[in-house]
Design a protein around this ligand. Sequence first.
Ligand SMILES: Nc1ncnc2c1ncn2[C@@H]1O[C@H](COP(=O)(O)OP(=O)(O)O)[C@@H](O)[C@H]1O
Ligand SMILES: [Mg+2]
Length: 263
Amino acid sequence: MSKHTLLSLSDLTKSFGGVLAVSEVSFEVHQGSIVGLIGPNGAGKTTVFNLITGNYLPDRGSIFFDGRDISGMRTNMIVSLGIARTFQTIRLFQNMSALENVLAGCHCRMRSGIFGAMLRLPWQKHEEREAIDIAAGELEFVGLDSNPDMAARNFSYGNQRLLEIARALATRPKFLILDEPAGGMNDHETRSLVRIISQIRDRGITVLLIEHDMNLVMKVCEELVVLDHGIMIARGTPEGIQKDQSVIEAYLGPPGNDEDEDF
Ligand SMILES: Nc1ncnc2c1ncn2[C@@H]1O[C@H](COP(=O)(O)OP(=O)(O)O)[C@@H](O)[C@H]1O
Ligand SMILES: [Mg+2]
């Protein structure tokens, strides 16, 4: 029996000026899986994410999520369908508290919205109370519940990444995409991130992540998709990808080139 396909990309293509950032990329993500999107810098990974989330419009190709064509949809519509993300460069409200940042994630599911909550009608008060419970729950889930009132800027870089994950989870997604979640984390933080990502999947949320930390990718992902110069050069299990000659060459250069990189 085939597994349910949650996300399906076919022939996805995007160029910027003369640069072909993503070229005819096709792959699927099955419901309940953790998939890694890897490849050298400039391979087109973040562009794939920006296409999925509606930040960029594809030149060609289609994106199906949960059976619906979402290519060309607005980002807030895509969030309401159940796709949440974090960013390669952290995007938090730096002067707002941890709890307020996560609440901003909840507001996309609320009837009253972020400003309507100020009117404080009884149903709005109830809705706001519920949102605070959800936000506090997500802070606890990522292990940041001890300082809910501290401004985001006062958290360590690694903890700011976890705060972004909590905010994404507060939108109650079916599908979470993480752009270099371990970037700037120390070994201890990376180990707890591995646990958190597995727990996210155990909650029934499908995960697609970009990551340079190969140790993390090998530990947490069941399947890897490899991009190089915008082209999908390989796809398979972490064990298979590690031995794939075209992947080794993409990271290390052709045989005879000794320059070491991330892989
Ligand atoms: N908004 C943009 N404008 C112009 N060029 C872009 C833009 N976004 C990405 N690119 C280019 O597309 C290519 C792929 O970039 P990116 O998707 O960020 O790679 P990765 O995330 O794999 O490092 C790079 O050559 C990058 O310079
Ligand atoms: Mg990137």
